[in-house]
Design a protein around this ligand. Sequence first.
Ligand SMILES: Cc1cc2nc3c(=O)[nH]c(=O)nc-3n(C[C@H](O)[C@H](O)[C@H](O)COP(=O)(O)OP(=O)(O)OC[C@H]3O[C@@H](n4cnc5c(N)ncnc54)[C@H](O)[C@@H]3O)c2cc1C
Length: 331
Amino acid sequence: MAEERNVIIIGSGPAGYTAALYLARARLSALMFIGEQWGGQLMLTTEVENYPGFSQGIMGPDLMTEMRKQAERFGTEVVEANVTSVDFSNKPFKIFVGDGEQRKEHQAKTVIISTGARARMLNVGEEKMLGRGVSTCAVCDAPFFKDKVTYTVGGGDAAMEEVLALVKHAKEVTLICRRDEFKASKIMQKRVLEDNKDKVKVLWNTEVKGVKGEGKLEAIVVENKKTGEKQTLSTDGLFLAIGHIPETEIFKEQVELDKKGYLVTHLNSLKSEVAEKVWLEDYPTMTSVDGVFGAGDVVDFRYRQAVTAAGFGCMAALDVERYLTGTSQSW
Ligand SMILES: Cc1cc2nc3c(=O)[nH]c(=O)nc-3n(C[C@H](O)[C@H](O)[C@H](O)COP(=O)(O)OP(=O)(O)OC[C@H]3O[C@@H](n4cnc5c(N)ncnc54)[C@H](O)[C@@H]3O)c2cc1C
């Protein structure tokens, strides 16, 4: 029989480690499945300049190593394995690791899901240049491209927001759109194309087919879909804004997800009947399953920052603490 834990955390980005830290300091140390690729998205980047507390910036992997050490220092038990399935139909909740004969069951009174999201990639070689000229987050990386020539791929509102973040720093931004119109709202298109027309250009009906560069991005190869013409364009930066995929595959049949696969929590269903509950009696980070909580990019399709993910992790931990003990007084 598996030991019943107070809380199991699935996922090890800023959200998971922050939740683990708060719970451990509240004497509710979690068992944490950090995944085979622990540390989350910041393990894929170089310098992080916008995480508070590091005036000179910090390398993404160093920041995540510190977060792991801090969570472990207070007693978090960390397992470097992926959770392969869950059963939230009854309590205690069941969390499984491994498959077939190797499958092992774990049980918990509460679960925090902090499995994050991954940016959609073009898969034309650019994925190997993340943090070396290729970015999926202009808010994070635009200041590194001061007076540089950049390209942004996408055509929705998210792409327009990326361009608006980038245009404050870059010398020029060319949007690459594979269709002959944008999906973005008219107001966002106006902000990008009319209000910034001296800096922003568009390549319509165009796809990125490859990248070039030794160690860092130097050029992209694009193809016009109508004419078939290919060109190699020198650039310092390629920003991808073609969507994110929340890591919720294993939770599909177990908790409510929105149309794009993000976890629905009481916080982001504020317009539903759940919001009628008084906030203080409610658990903003709880999902549709009583006792299962969500934190970070797996819930947050809007801000997607390390600091907001950490903030969500803190909220989830305080909610779990109050759920289990009736009070939360970690600080
Ligand atoms: C290249 C890059 C650069 C970035 N730069 C910045 C920046 O400079 N500043 C900033 O604020 N933000 C930056 N971001 C965004 C930031 O990294 C994310 O917002 C943040 O990491 C989200 O944290 P999270 O804890 O929600 O999830 P993630 O960081 O996505 O971590 C989730 C973790 O859960 C694990 N996991 C998933 N499924 C399972 C499972 N079944 N079992 C066990 N583990 C699982 C994953 O392997 C992963 O390790 C960047 C993102 C990228 C991709």
